[in-house]
Design a protein around this ligand. Structure first.
Ligand code: FAD
Length: 317
């Protein structure tokens, strides 16, 4: 079933979460071990992130350096299929512009369609780690809105090769990303929302937000989107802080500000177990207010650690 149908059919706020494929070499059991403790909260859908290639540099003979392209976390499609089979829960694979040309995209979508996966979150992806700016593939896309357009075309049965016979239509429900504190590269929140609207006009039917720690930022964002005529569900993305290191990492990597009260509470902690508790309490308070305001879904970024998500969900669902 589609994410938007789950939202439409539910009278109350839904619980859902996002997982990362494990590092190459690990078993799928590590994924199930993360999902199992959260199943009691009945998530109707689970997102699985996509991780593009990275460049690594290895020293070879004669002191020469060899550049290698590696994917450290492959397996998005396989995990989505395994989730649907094992838990009978809809999986939402993330699909990127980065690293994909149009043909790769079409073939990826055909795989998903054949596996009975009918939800995707369409994203541009970040620049490759060693590069400053995002560079599309030759014959790939610069912006997520263009990726959305290709998925919509496939939903109409329009393939890249117009001469194909007996063309079948796919039926993907398409989500896109939104940024309550603007995307890091956007010159302003207004311009970012302007381009967010392009993704909706292209055919996306819901938005999942970047993590935020101050609900006021989310409410203001939703308000601005509504004033701009964006009417689709806007799902808040939530991440409980679990380590002191994240105080520096999160604002830098996700362009999400951490309120002073939360910073001070974390700074006072003597160890990461205490930080984890503060993170859980903060997220519970955020969630209670969001539920009161009738948000469609509470969507958690698990980042490979479901124990704190479980601690939060058990106080709410
Ligand atoms: P876009 O919507 O294309 O926007 C990118 C930037 O370009 C923005 O600044 C926007 O304002 C601007 N822009 C858009 N259109 C135009 C235009 N026509 N002209 C000029 N400027 C324009 N990354 C991963 O690698 N894997 C994942 O699985 C993943 N999952 C994510 C899930 C969520 C919920 C979120 C919020 C992010 C996720 N990301 C993931 C990160 C995401 O890929 C990055 O934030 C990326 O830098 C932007 O992606 P986007 O789809 O929002 O890009």
């Amino acid at each position: 079933m589609k994410v938007t149908e789950h939202i439409k059919n539910s009278k109350k706020t839904i619980f859902s979460f996002e997982i990362l494929p494990p590092l190459k070499g690990q078993n799928i059991q590590s994924i199930f071990d993360n999902i199992d403790p959260l199943m009691e909260f009945n998530p109707p859908f689970i997102d699985v992130t996509y991780h593009r290639e990275e460049y690594v540099y290895k020293e070879v003979e004669n002191g020469l350096i060899q550049k290698k392209i590696v994917r450290k976390r492959p397996g998005t499609v396989g995990i989505c299929s395994a989730i649907q089979n094992k838990y009978q829960v809809d999986a939402v694979p993330h699909i990127l512009c980065g690293g994909f040309d149009k043909e790769d995209t079409e073939n990826f979508l055909i795989d998903l369609d054949f596996l009975g996966i009918d939800n995707v979150l369409a994203l541009r992806g970040d620049a490759v780690k060693s590069e400053i700016y995002f560079k599309p593939e030759k014959d790939g896309y610069q912006y997520a809105s263009d990726l959305v357009k290709q998925i919509v075309e496939l939903n109409k049965g329009h393939y890249l090769d117009e001469e194909l016979q007996n063309k079948s239509k796919t039926d993907f429900c398409i989500g896109v990303a939104g940024y309550p504190e603007k995307h890091a590269e956007a010159p302003s929140l207004d311009s970012d929302i302007h381009f967010l609207k392009k993704k909706i006009e292209a055919g996306a039917t819901y938005i999942v937000t970047q993590m935020f720690f101050d609900n006021a930022k989310y409410f203001e964002f939703v308000d601005k989107c509504r004033k701009r005529g964006i009417t689709v569900p806007i799902i808040p993305g939530l991440k409980p802080i679990a380590t002191k290191k994240q105080l520096n990492l999160i604002p830098h990597r996700f362009n999400a500000q951490i309120p002073d009260d939360l910073i001070m509470a974390i700074v006072k902690c003597e160890n990461n177990e205490a930080v984890r508790q503060v993170g859980i309490e903060w997220a519970v308070e955020q969630c209670k207010e969001l539920i009161k305001e009738d948000v469609p879904v509470l969507h958690f970024y698990s980042m490979g650690n479901s124990s704190n998500i479980k601690a939060i969900a058990s106080q709410l669902f």
